[in-house]
Ligand binder design. Structure first.
Ligand code: ADP
Length: 162
C-alpha cells in the first residue's frame, strides 16, 4: 500500500488544503493528513481543534486519516510506513522554501520522496495566514474555508470556544 503524509499547520484548514487532500487521496492508497503539534501563541485553533475540523472537512475521503505529530516530519513519516510527503505548490514564492525542505528531508530519510501538487486555480493565492489576518480584524472571508471552519471562526469572533 502506498502511504503519503500531507503535513502542515492547517491553522485554519482552507479550501486549498481540501483541494490538495482530494488530489492526494486520488493519487495514494492511504493519505495521512498530519497537523504539526507546535505550541504557538498566535494560533487560531489548538492542534486538537484543527484535527477535529479536518475530520469534518475531509470526512468524504475514505482513505484519508487525520492525526497530529511532533518532532521531525521524516521520522513521523518513516514510522507511519509512508514513502511520500505531499506538499502544495502555489506561486513561485513557495518554491525556494519547499525545495530546501525537500532536499533536507531526502538527506535525512532517503526512503521518503516529496511530491508537489498544484491546487485548482482559485486556491493559488489562498493561505491560512491571510485568512487568519482577516479574522484578526473581525471578519470571516467568504468562500475561502470549508463551512465547518467558517462556523468555528464565527463562533471564535463571538468569543465562544468551538
Ligand atoms: P505551512 O505551515 O507549512 O505553511 P500550511 O499548514 O499552510 O503549511 O499548509 C500545509 C500544506 O498545504 C503545505 O504544503 C502548503 O503548501 C499546502 N497549502 C496550503 N494552502 C494551499 C493552497 N491554497 N493550495 C495548495 N496547497 C496549499
Amino acid at each position: 500500500m502506498t502511504t503519503a503524509v500531507f503535513p502542515g499547520s492547517f491553522d485554519p484548514p482552507t479550501l486549498g488544503h481540501v483541494d490538495l487532500a482530494e488530489r492526494g487521496a486520488h493519487l495514494f492508497e492511504h493519505l495521512i493528513v498530519a497537523v504539526l503539534d507546535n505550541p504557538d501563541k498566535t494560533a487560531m485553533f489548538t492542534t486538537a481543534e484543527r484535527v477535529d475540523l479536518l475530520k469534518q472537512c475531509l470526512g468524504h475521503l475514505s482513505n484519508v486519516e487525520i492525526t497530529s505529530f511532533g518532532g521531525l516530519l521524516v521520522d513521523f513519516a518513516h514510522a507511519s510506513g509512508a514513502t511520500a510527503l505531499l506538499r502544495g505548490l502555489r506561486a513561485v514564492s513557495d518554491f525556494e522554501y519547499e525545495f530546501q525542505m525537500a532536499l533536507m528531508n531526502r538527506r535525512l530519510e532517503g526512503t521518503v520522496e516529496t511530491v508537489f501538487l498544484m491546487p485548482r486555480e482559485d486556491c493559488v493565492f489562498l493561505s491560512s495566514r491571510i485568512v487568519k489576518q482577516i479574522h484578526a480584524f473581525g471578519r470571516v472571508p467568504p468562500n475561502l474555508v470549508p463551512p465547518a471552519v467558517e462556523e468555528a471562526m464565527r463562533k471564535r469572533l463571538k468569543g465562544n470556544r468551538t
